[in-house]
Design a protein around this ligand. Structure first.
Ligand code: NOJ
Length: 581
């Protein structure tokens, strides 16, 4: 019987084809190539033991972030709020909610971050306030047609007695987007009824938010993540719309179906998000905010949360006199598919290079199923609305392997990358959370049809052997943690070769020393059209991601880093490697 020789790996050349994106020797402003870490304050670390994360908790864990090697932190809202939408319902834009601490605590945290060389971006929620905001309380107390009502979108209803909502818009969280007040008028809320939309045609609304920007800029923040940046201005006359409204795809209209090739298409003249989103009028607001920030030193920045497609349309938010960055949700929503990823990467550079803005990359945040779970689901997709215990459950091991590969691919790309707290530990979504503990308004407003976003918002595990996995001093956690979180606790990963934390740390360190964030990108010839592999060169580093279920031969090159164990000369399935030729 013939002996079987191990296969000899075929040498793969590291040559590249035409350049997709040209890099620069240095990044001009810090945010152009920054790695920005999202802290969701309720769930990061609890300082006082009430089971809800807070600002002192963040301060106490700043060294985790410094060790990880990020450039900046973005904090989700910590302002005074009745917490109907986890703080995205702001009652006072200039104060810290007692749940999270005080303004002094904020200043201490900000100083601590700055001392460690990290910048801080805060969240701004300008589309709507809380119904507890003084303006809305005044509007409720005032009569129809009063100046107090003019800051919000109050209208008379349709039907003989005005008993029908003014138009057919649906709330993104489910149900009608209008709620009726006792005197018969209706007010608009694109989200929960506790989040009335402001009328951005009102000059007081504009001056108030410019003042809020200055309040935080004066305190020393480095920028703002702008919530629902595509929603503040609505189409004149608030016309009916028959499309589908969703936070994670910006909606799609039956009349104007989304072009399946949209991310490739830089030429679509208009968005298709309906009359509530992506209206021309929003850009004037960002031009004035740009001026406010330009009056401060230190390259302060504005980041758009705008679920707008195609990418050429999104790029309009980051024209030179508007915002500085926009989240690349087209990348986040792309399937684990080599050709689709190459398409979205190419389209991202094409659209952003056109306006001179950095491309951003993101895989997880507090509104979507964590990518370690998404990529392990039998039918991977974004699953914006969470996973129920009765749904097909993810393959945890496959999800983590792919998540590490996806993150290493992302961190090799030129541009700025956003990380969501816990992804550096490889955390999965809590997919077996009982309905009784859920808190997302999206779950309730759909009468339980959607699981909601609680599964990605579970308090972080810091210590494997402590109650609540070390989230806080008492073991209390506002949402239950799955048992699996014990294996992911930060203290089990520090200094451990091969742990997800050490993988991210090594990737961020190399990204910095090699200048990958402000590098250029060209596809490697060997895989330029491969259905299995995404491979590109960036400043002499080759990033090779194998998305298939079988190993592929690797080039004969020094391995700088890999998302999983490598076998001799081959790159296993669902693994990414960084090489130097
Ligand atoms: C987007 C935020 O990310 C989300 O969490 C929030 O519910 C909505 N905007 C409404 O503010």
């Amino acid at each position: 019987m013939a002996t079987t020789e191990p296969p000899t790996p075929t040498p793969v050349p590291l040559t590249t084809d035409g350049t997709v994106h040209v890099g620069s020797d240095t990044a001009r402003e810090w945010w152009r190539d920054a790695v920005i870490y999202q802290v969701y304050p309720r769930s990061f670390a609890d300082g006082d033991g009430d089971g809800i994360g807070d600002i002192p908790g963040i301060t106490a864990r700043l060294d985790h972030l410094r060790t990880l090697g990020i450039d900046a932190v973005w904090l989700s809202p910590f302002y005074r709020s009745p917490q109907k939408d986890a703080g995205y319902d702001v009652a006072d834009y200039r104060d810290v909610d007692p749940l999270f601490g005080t303004l002094d605590d904020f200043d201490t945290m900000l100083a601590g971050a700055h001392e460690r060389g990290m910048r801080v971006i805060v969240d701004l929620v300008p589309n709507h306030t809380s119904d507890q905001h003084v303006w809305f309380q005044q509007a409720l107390a005032a009569a129809p047609g009063s100046p107090e009502r003019a800051r919000y979108i109050f209208r008379d209803g349709r039907g003989p007695a005005g008993e029908q909502p003014p138009n057919n818009w649906q709330s993104i969280f489910g149900g009608a987007a209008w709620t009726r007040v006792p005197d018969g008028q209706w007010y608009l809320h694109l989200f929960d009824s506790s989040q009335p939309d402001l009328d951005w045609n009102h000059p007081e609304v504009r001056t108030e938010f410019e003042d809020v920007l200055r309040f935080w800029l004066d305190r020393g923040v480095d920028g703002f993540r702008v919530d629902v940046a595509h929603g503040m201005v609505k189409a004149e006359g608030l016309p009916d719309w028959h499309g589908h409204v969703s936070m994670v795809d910006g909606g799609s209209s039956d009349d104007q179906p989304t072009d399946p090739g949209a991310p490739e298409d830089g030429s679509t003249g208009a968005g298709n998000q309906g009359p509530m989103f992506d209206q021309e009028g929003v850009h004037e607001i960002y031009r004035s905010w740009h001026q406010v920030l330009a009056g401060y030193d230190g390259d302060r920045c504005l980041v758009a949360e705008a679920w707008v497609e195609p990418l050429s349309r999104l790029a309009r938010y980051v024209r030179p006199d508007e915002m500085h960055q926009a989240f690349n949700f087209s990348f986040l929503t792309t399937a684990w598919d080599a050709a689709a990823l190459r398409r979205v990467i190419r389209a991202s550079y094409r659209a952003n290079d056109e306006v001179g803005a950095p491309t951003t990359w993101v895989l997880s945040n507090h509104d979507v199923v964590r990518h370690a779970t998404r990529l392990g689901l039998p039918d991977p997709g974004v699953r914006p609305n969470g996973v129920f215990p009765g749904d097909p459950q993810p393959d945890e091991e496959l999800g983590l392997r792919r998540a590490r590969a996806a993150s290493l691919l992302m961190l090799g790309l030129p541009g700025s990358a956003y990380l969501y707290q816990g992804e550096e530990l490889g955390l999965p979504e809590h997919t077996t959370m009982p309905d009784e503990v859920r808190q997302d308004p999206g779950h309730f407003r759909t009468h339980g049809a959607e699981a909601g976003r609680d599964g990605c918002r579970v308090p972080l595990p810091w210590r494997a052997d402590a109650p609540g996995y070390g989230f806080g001093p008492t073991g209390a956690t506002w949402l239950p943690q799955p048992e699996s979180y014990q294996r992911y606790a930060a203290d089990t990963q520090y200094g451990v070769d091969g742990s997800t934390f050490e993988l991210y740390r090594a990737a961020l360190a190399l990204r910095r020393t090699e200048g990958l964030g402000h590098g250029g990108l060209s596809w490697l010839d060997a895989w330029a059209d491969s259905p299995d592999v995404v491979a590109f060169a960036n400043r002499g580093v080759a990033v090779v991601a194998n998305l298939s279920s079988t190993a592929v031969d690797l080039p004969d090159a020094e391995v700088l880093l890999a998302s999983g164990p490598l076998e001799d000369g081959v790159l296993p399935a669902d693994t990414t490697a960084w090489l130097r030729g």
